[in-house]
Design a protein around this ligand. Structure first.
Ligand code: G3H
Ligand code: 13P
Ligand code: ZN
Length: 307
């Protein structure tokens, strides 16, 4: 069943677990994520980025997600991920498809981020839609050479409190050292847990962790074995994700891990069965591998059995 982000995160916040938000841009990824949610009896957030909408269309993806959600007994949130373009967020709110939108004003001056987020919150709440906002730069912790630089980019706890109070947003994406994509760290996984703890003490809305893919070695190695050049790919360790959830993260965003699972599945199949050219057969193992990844995430986030 389709529901809002506020609804699913309320329970996660109370019971100290996180709901997985998975990016989709086609039918097969959606099916893989929904199969996992069914198998784990877990709530799920289906996210579409601006890029996904450009690739597949808002109506097309919206229709697919609505059908899947209607047929499911699990709480399903349909979410716009990283809406940086104000007009696109407005379009998503008015489309009738989304139950949640993210306005990503993190690259704007602070006051402008507050102003636009607040305006979208009013518009979304009038229609019963949740709003996730972002404060701080989601960028690799290793990109910052000094404490001053780190403080300037990662989410400032006091500012986060003021931001949430002034905008009325329903969830806040915080920057604590993760980054998007498959290359997050040169060395070991590293997150600013002290900052997360301080933010959690001050901010009362559910917190969101972006850039949370782990780049599991079995999948990475399968990609490499069959020709994908991602030797230096590195994600957030499972232990660090568990710790972040324990310290109060209630929504965890995953995209890259689905991409590498898709890649690993397709490459292996094409290598082993070069005579097959039916897309339905080629995409089968990729779908199964993505479901396996999503199920493992749901268990790790503690959302299994919560839907
Ligand atoms: O947060 C970003 C997601 O991984 C979406 O990536 O803009 O390439 O669709 P994309
Ligand atoms: P990853 O690139 O780590 O999967 O992060 C995805 C994300 O944050 C989507 O909003
Ligand atoms: Zn993100």
């Amino acid at each position: 069943m389709l529901t809002t982000l506020t609804n699913v995160l309320k329970k996660a916040h109370r019971q100290n677990y996180a709901v997985g938000a998975f990016n989709i841009n086609n039918l097969e990824i959606l099916q893989a994520v929904m199969d996992a949610a069914e198998a784990e009896r877990a709530p799920v957030v289906i996210s579409t980025s601006e890029g996904a909408l450009k690739y597949a269309g808002m109506e097309e993806l919206g229709t697919l997600v609505h059908l899947a959600a209607k047929r499911s007994k699990r709480p399903v949130v349909f979410h716009l991920d990283h809406g940086k373009n104000y007009d696109l967020v407005v379009r998503a709110i008015k489309s009738g498809f989304y139950t949640s939108v993210m306005f990503d004003g993190s690259s704007l001056p602070y006051k402008e981020n507050i102003k636009l987020t607040k305006r979208l919150v009013t518009m979304a709440h009038r229609r019963g839609i949740s709003v996730e906002a972002e404060l701080g730069a989601i960028a690799g912790i290793e990109d910052f050479v000094s404490v001053e630089e780190k403080d300037a980019h990662l989410t400032d706890p006091e500012q986060a409190l003021e931001f949430v109070q002034r905008t009325g947003c329903d969830a806040l994406a915080v920057a604590i050292g993760t980054s998007h994509g498959a290359y997050k760290f040169g060395g070991d996984s590293q997150l600013d847990f002290k900052r997360l703890t301080t933010i959690k003490d001050l901010v009362k809305v559910p917190l969101v962790l972006h850039g949370a893919s782990g780049i599991p070695s079995t999948i990475k190695n399968q990609c490499i074995k069959y020709g994908c050049k991602i030797e230096k790919a590195k994600g957030v360790s499972d232990a660090h994700i568990r710790r972040a959830v324990k310290l109060g993260i209630n929504k965890v965003n995953i995209d890259s891990d689905l991409r590498i699972a898709f890649d690993a599945g397709v490459r292996k199949f094409l290598h082993e069965q070069p005579e097959v050219f039916d897309p339905r057969k080629i995409l089968g193992p990729a779908k199964e591998l993505m479901t396996k990844v999503v199920r493992q995430k749901m268990r790790m986030f503690g959302s299994t059995g919560k839907g």
